[in-house]
Structure formats: C-alpha cells, structure tokens
Design a protein around this ligand. Sequence first.
Ligand code: PGA
Length: 230
Amino acid sequence: MIYVLNQKSNMTLSLQEQYLKEIRKYPQSENLVYAPSFCYLPLYQGLPLASQDISMYQMGAYTGEISSKSLKSLGVSYAIIGHSERRGYFKEDETILCEKLKRAFEEGITPILCIGESEEAYKNKKTQEVLKEELSIQRFFPQEMWKKVILAYEPIWAIGTGKSIQKEKLETLLSWIKEETDCSILYGGSVNLETISSFKNLKNLDGFLIGGMSLDVEKVKKLLDMNKSQ
Ligand code: PGA
C-alpha cells in the first residue's frame, strides 16, 4: 500500500514547520509519501516525496516552471500528473500531460497519473467511457515504460466533497481498469481513516491519494501507526 498525501496549495511556512516538527517525531514509512507545495519540498529532506505537478518543459528559460531535474535534485521520487484540478483550472490536456509524463520518466520520477469522471458523467453512467478516453494516453508510451505509471482513480464528484464511491462499485471499476492497463492503482476522493480501513484490502487497490486528511497531523500520525502494524 502506498499513501500519497497531497497538501495542495495549503499551509504557510510556520504551519509547515509545526506540522513537520510533529511528523518527524514519528518513525516514517517509505509507503507514506508527502506532497507539499513546491516551495516547502526542501523542508521535507529525507522523507518520501511527491511533487503535485511537474513542468512539461525541460530545465531552461521557462519562468515560473519547476523542472523535473530540479524536482529530482530535491529528492522527489513521484510526481502527481493530471490532477483533476490541473485538468480543470489549468486546462491541461492530453498533449500537455504526455509531455509531463515524459519529463518525469526522463528523471526516473514515478508518475502518478490522475483519472476520474465528473458528477455528470457518473450520473449518466459514463464513467468507463471517460476513463477509457483518459487512459488512451498510454498509446504514446512503450508498454515497458507505461506500466511504471501509478494511476490514481479519483471520481471528481468525490474530491473534497465528503462523498465516497461504494465499495462494490470501486471493486468492479478497479478490475475493469486492470484489464485496460497493467498499472498499480490508487483511490482518491475524500479519503479518511474509515475509508482506508474499509477499502484497503480490495483486490487491485494499491493505495490512496489523500487530500484534506493530509493536513490533519493527528490523522497522518494514525496512518503512520496503521502502516507500521501492517
Ligand atoms: P480530498 O482530495 O481527499 O480532499 O478529496 C483528494 C485529491 O484531490 O487528491
């Protein structure tokens, strides 16, 4: 199981320092990966790290961008790519995501590619159609490379809403995704300690992408405890 803690664009420097002071008292697990804002990455030296995004460009004259090479030099091992917030607010399409995946691979950073359907698609039973379309990006990569991608299935209607997919539905979808592509799969969308306990033994589930809960240091400590006793 891998747990990726996506802090999104949250926390000030002083809050980060308090958070890390607590976290660092605890024995860490290589399965618990922190994804703070880019600017706080250096504070997390020595802890497993993911970036929340990655530049589609190589290092160079691209003002404001954070290159894969810079991320690698900060100890980042994973990059979240194509989060629904990036696809939605920043209009990241397949062409952009393809470049971002390539930049990650170039530096040996494992991409965590997010996929997921909107509420409308979900209500109209179009989930598989949307996922199939999003997964078609794999055609640009050789099989050997593509299977290193970690997919994060996050129904958009479940992100930050407190809603969650039914366990049986998730189980069915996970096995369908596995048939479509041979990647590890995380689940995300309002994940809390209860959903983790309930879903974590599902066949074909390899972990969770966690947003809101990752800001709660007490819950992160519980997650570290749970992970230790596995
Ligand atoms: P959430 O966010 O857990 O706050 O719903 C998950 C995500 O967006 O990755």
